[in-house]
Design a binder for this molecule. Structure first.
Ligand SMILES: [Zn+2]
Length: 241
């Protein structure tokens, strides 16, 4: 899941702040699929795909710009499972790694804070998961309203989900790197064990409490993948004895 997909003739390539970006065609298809359902209006589907594109790019830029500040040469790939900022680290340093990982979700939260700040200055009212964020006039245009709420949903809600200690999400990588710092011998199998338990709990929670079959399937798959990897570590440590 963390590997870069092979290049295709339909890749979109550009660079931003000197960082090369490649967008695999599956990125657009999966983003569109995630937005289908209640969006019969094609304009709303286009807004959704645009929001996913900009938000994933902001997130990956958080990772990539931080990696560059450490002297690495990052590149960004947007693919069917989200995004990836890759670089060749000169040496493994858990503290640096954790800083680079946390910069992705942080960039998304900052982006959301800027949006909330701008709407507050313009005097518009904003709601997020039933809570009022700012007071004022309701946003008059339906498309502007959807744009703002989609941006907040992706940057805040997905940002938080991404911080749970589930591999290969950012939270799982942070948990693994913290464990590597303090318990290097058992860190990797423990990180997968934690990932398996957390993902299984999130799969049940998203089905029972959020009613989201898609999220439940996503975490169910990650729980299974973590279980398989954890098992392979158990077997290899048994053989090593
Ligand atoms: Zn990330």
């Amino acid at each position: 899941m963390l590997a870069e997909p092979p290049t295709t003739p339909y890749d979109l390539r550009f660079s931003i702040a000197g960082i090369p970006v490649r967008v695999h065609p599956l990125f657009w298809l999966v983003a569109l699929f995630l937005g289908l359902g209640p969006r019969e209006d094609p304009k709303l589907a286009i807004i959704w795909v645009g929001v996913v594109f900009v938000s994933v790019l902001v997130h990956e830029l958080g990772h990539a710009l931080t990696a560059r500040s450490f002297g690495y040469h990052p590149r960004i790939t947007l693919h069917g499972f989200g995004g990836l900022a890759s670089y060749e680290p000169t040496r493994y340093d858990p503290a640096r790694q954790i800083t680079i990982t946390i910069a992705g979700p942080l960039a998304g939260f900052l982006f959301a804070a800027v949006i909330v700040g701008v709407l507050m200055l313009l005097g518009y009212e904003l709601h997020f998961f039933g809570r009022r964020l700012t007071r004022g006039e309701p946003i008059p245009n339906l498309y502007a309203y959807v744009l703002v709420h989609d941006l907040l949903l992706v940057n805040i809600f997905w940002g938080v989900i991404n911080l749970f200690p589930v591999l290969p999400l950012d939270g799982g990588q942070i948990a693994r790197d913290i464990l590597l710092r303090f318990h290097p011998r058992q860190a990797i199998p423990t990180a997968y064990q934690l990932s398996m338990i957390t993902a299984a709990a999130l799969a049940i929670f998203s089905f029972v409490r959020l009613g989201s079959f898609f999220m439940s399937l996503f975490f169910g798959y990650l729980a299974y993948a973590s279980f398989v990897t954890w098992q392979s570590y158990q077997r290899s440590s048994f053989r090593g004895r």
